[in-house]
Design a protein around this ligand. Structure first.
Ligand SMILES: [Zn+2]
Length: 412
């Protein structure tokens, strides 16, 4: 048995209550006790870590990331710009860097195969806890369909670790979902619209999937115990996703356009994962069609967040990192605060609410007795300035399941 104690910590526990000075006792992988008094009866072999002047948060969670993607260009999307081994090692480096920045869980929105999760669990690689979706499920021409710029098929052989998510007919929907689950998907990621960065002709309000196909997808995923995360920006595709009863709307840029959408999401407990950070990148894209789409949707997106807060829809943090590289995941929290959330709400969006979105809130997302000891010690006050979380230099200590994953305490 190992015991660690974080003392004099200013604790933001993720539940939304105001911060308080606390002593946190960690026994093996879980939080054993949290008290407002400094405890005197600790065993002599307990490792005491003095957090005076620092803030402790639950481990941060990004609910929309593409850990195995590193650029948007076609050669990279097809996996022909560098050897696969080089790409895997690049992904492994990003996984480590992400954990060291305080992110103890990532929900991958497509592209990361189950081998990375296994390697981390076996201790072969260092990284966050992973929730996987494997490949994006969409119809022919949807965002999960790799094709050449002329609209012809992609000539590259697929990776057997990443089964194809292309659905040709209604009858294909259930087998494709089952194939994702067989390959290790914890979630089913699908898409009912194009996006900012998708090919010309398949934009944010252009649909993919019919209602009957989406109903089959949701029904099959739920029958297999998997939630559905759906890329949907606007128009009829957004309508279909909500109507079919997906569990989260990813991006949701035009949710401000039809008030019924947010009301239905609130009534059905559908989560909103806006992924603001990626659109910051797209607004400066060298590709004119991407830049125009991102500029057009920006005001709608901010309004959608403000209306979602009023409607009682839960908003969760996700960066959609990958194509735009892997900048600090906590940049999303800056964007959420700029869009109208309080710093406390933004922290909950990346801790408690994110763990709920992942179905892991029994173990993760808050710092409470009995939960897994995924904790981040921050040199600074994120309630006064949310951007302190963005700079890895301020992340003094990262614990994942009670184990030290990064330690810069000595450097200060
Ligand atoms: Zn994405």
């Amino acid at each position: 048995m190992t015991m660690k104690v974080l003392k004099n910590a200013r604790l933001i526990d993720g539940t939304g209550v105001a911060p308080a000075i606390a002593t946190i006792v960690i026994r093996d992988e879980r939080i054993d006790a949290i008290s407002s008094k400094s405890q005197a009866d600790l065993p002599a072999d307990a490792e005491i870590i003095d957090c005076a002047g620092m803030t402790v948060l639950p481990g941060l969670i990004d609910c929309h990331d593409h850990m195995a993607n590193h650029r948007y260009d076609l050669a990279h999307r097809w996996g022909i710009d560098e050897p696969h081994s080089t790409r895997h090692l690049r992904t492994a480096a990003v996984l480590r860097q992400t954990l060291e920045a305080g992110y103890t869980m990532i929900r991958d929105a497509g592209g990361l195969d189950a081998g990375f999760k296994r390697a981390i669990e076996e201790g072969l690689a260092v990284g966050p806890r992973l929730m996987l979706s494997i490949s994006i499920v969409s119809p022919i021409g949807g965002i999960g369909d790799a094709m050449s710029p002329s609209g012809d098929c992609c000539c590259v052989l697929g990776d057997p670790l990443l089964p194809s998510g292309v659905v040709e007919t209604l009858a294909d929907v259930r087998p494709v979902v089952r194939r994702m689950v067989r390959a290790g998907a914890d979630f089913i990621k699908c898409a009912t619209t194009g996006g900012a960065s998708s090919r010309p002709g398949h934009g944010p309000r252009d649909g993919a999937f019919n209602l009957d196909e989406m109903q089959a997808l949701v029904e099959e995923a739920h029958a297999l115990g998997r939630r559905v995360m759906c890329h949907a920006l606007g128009g009829r595709g957004l309508d279909i996703a909500i109507e079919a009863g997906v569990d989260s709307i990813e991006h949701g840029c035009y949710l401000d356009e039809d008030p019924r959408h947010l009301d239905m999401m609130a009534a059905r407990g559908i989560v909103f994962v806006p992924t603001l950070l990626v659109y910051e990148f797209h607004r400066k894209s060298p590709q004119p069609h991407v830049r125009e789409r991102a500029q057009d949707l920006f005001e709608h997106h901010v309004r959608a967040i403000q209306q979602a807060l009023k409607a009682g829809v839960k908003i969760v943090a996700g960066t959609d990192a990958g194509g735009h590289g892997h900048p600090a995941n906590a940049g999303e929290l800056d964007c959420l605060v700029q869009a109208g959330m309080t710093p406390m709400q933004a922290i909950q969006a990346a801790t408690h609410w994110a763990a709920e979105c992942c179905g892991r809130d029994a173990d993760l997302g808050t710092a409470e007795k009995g939960k897994l000891a995924d904790l981040v010690v921050v040199d600074g006050d994120p309630l006064a300035d949310i951007s302190v979380l963005r700079d890895a230099k301020n992340i003094a200590l990262v614990l994942k399941g009670g184990e030290i994953a990064a330690n810069r305490m000595g450097a200060r």
